[in-house]
Design a binder for this molecule. Structure first.
Ligand SMILES: Cc1cc2nc3c(=O)[nH]c(=O)nc-3n(C[C@H](O)[C@H](O)[C@H](O)COP(=O)(O)OP(=O)(O)OC[C@H]3O[C@@H](n4cnc5c(N)ncnc54)[C@H](O)[C@@H]3O)c2cc1C
Length: 387
């Protein structure tokens, strides 16, 4: 049963909190300042089994549902840690699980579950296509028992810290298919073999520490057995994973929002100006109360979307609304928290400015807000398609 503060899965949350307690703000500040990957944190989550929550037990995972996975990610961010360092493993793995062959699942899933292999990288975005995934140019052509891949990916996060990457490419040119989303295929690329043999990874400096990169692919040979599912239907496989991704990212945003609210409440109670706590001023209390109400409402939508997903019900509109409302709630809470901290909000040691930067991402990635609004307008409300 849901508690008023979203305290579902109390035992799991408690275990996540205990793991996260070893990674305080100072750990994240140091990583942020050095643009370093939080390897120790990801290792700790892996060892505790949290990143294999969605992998079925027969492959060595815990076989939990999406609501439990959402609770894990929420709790990580609520604890002041950043699930962005590893969240992709949870939702990227779904493509392999749903559409991979038995051989692929037997090869990769147990190793992902026990932490021997990391599947953290997801190469969809490209420099020229932007959100228009149907226009990607990276292509693969079959030669005997291999495919030869050429092209470029942009914003492929965690590629330097992942053994495997899911890669979306064109196997038939856009001009030769009747539907522009046909003719795309998904490969599982073994980065340990590919780097230096046709694949080059270059890190991109960004406003947050997200280990994001660009990837250059030049005559990369990938075994045909690494094609997931059927050639030409890859876009559908990626779409299949979108609802889970939206719900899990929404849960992370709820975690961020709760971190900002807790931080602001503590500070507003402690900080004395004009001989009274600043939290006594309604100009400070009301934005905190508003952020809390918005977070509770968004959390209900995340939970509803996750429940529908688990029940196998259609949940596209709920998943999109969950991501939209949760990202808005976390960003509003971030703004509120920075404002409540006054000048101290700018001081790195308070962690507020770092979390504020991190929370901003979810208005843009993995899906920009406009495209969620457009989904709701078109698919829920029946308005004309705009692009
Ligand atoms: C830190 C970071 C990490 C990322 N990690 C990954 C990753 O691991 N793998 C991956 O594949 N991608 C990743 N991305 C890419 C991310 O998913 C894209 O940046 C995002 O989807 C937006 O694409 P774009 O930047 O090309 O924007 P564009 O498509 O160029 O759009 C620019 C702006 O115009 C708006 N816009 C464009 N067309 C329309 C329209 N028809 N209607 C209304 N508005 C429109 C968009 O909403 C956006 O605000 C990451 C991005 C960042 C910043």
């Amino acid at each position: 049963m849901a508690h008023a503060d979203g305290e579902t899965f109390a035992d799991i949350r408690d275990a996540v909190r205990k793991t996260c307690a070893a990674f305080p703000g100072s750990y994240w500040r140091e990583k942020d300042e050095n643009a370093a990957y939080p390897k120790e944190f990801v290792d700790a989550l892996t060892q505790a089994g949290f990143l294999s929550a969605l992998i079925p037990e027969k492959y060595g995972g815990s076989g939990l549902g999406l609501s439990a996975a959402a609770a894990i990610l929420e709790e990580i961010n609520k604890s002041g840690c950043n699930a962005g360092a590893c969240h992709a493993q949870m939702y990227v793995m779904g493509t392999l699980l749903r559409h991979g062959s038995d051989a692929q699942k037997n090869t990769f899933l147990p190793a992902i579950a026990n932490g021997t292999l990391r599947l953290q990288a997801f190469g969809v975005s490209e420099p020229t296509s932007g959100t228009d995934t149907g226009s990607i140019k990276t292509s693969a052509r079959r030669e005997g028992d291999h495919y030869i891949i050429n092209g470029q990916k942009l914003w492929t996060s965690r590629a330097e810290h992942s053994d495997l990457m899911l890669l979306l490419v064109r196997t038939t040119p856009k001009e030769d298919v009747s539907k522009r989303t046909d003719g795309m295929s998904v490969f599982i690329v073994d980065l340990r073999e590919a780097v230096g043999r046709g694949l080059t990874i270059r890190p991109i400096k960004t406003m947050i520490n997200h280990s994001t990169t660009e990837i250059f692919i030049d005559d990369l040979k990938v075994p045909a057995e690494n094609l997931i599912g059927k050639e030409g239907t890859g876009f559908r496989y990626i779409l299949d994973g979108m609802n889970a991704e939206r719900i899990l990212i929404g849960a992370e945003c709820i975690g961020d929002a709760r971190w900002f609210i807790n931080k602001a409440v503590n500070y507003a109670n402690e900080r004395i100006v004009f001989d009274r706590p600043i939290g006594q001023n309604q100009g400070i209390q009301f934005p905190i109360a508003r952020a809390y109400a918005a977070t509770q409402a968004a959390d209900l939508m995340v939970q509803q979307a996750a429940t529908r997903f688990e029940q196998g019900l259609e949940c596209g509109s709920e998943a999109n609304m969950a991501k939209l409302l949760a990202a808005d709630a976390s960003w509003a809470a971030a703004e509120m928290c920075l404002q409540a901290h006054g000048g101290f909000g700018f001081a790195r040691e308070y962690d507020v400015e770092r979390k504020w930067r991190e929370a901003r991402l979810y208005q843009i990635a993995p899906i920009s807000t406009n495209f969620i609004l457009s989904y709701i307008a078109e698919h829920v409300l029946g308005l004309p398609r705009s692009y």
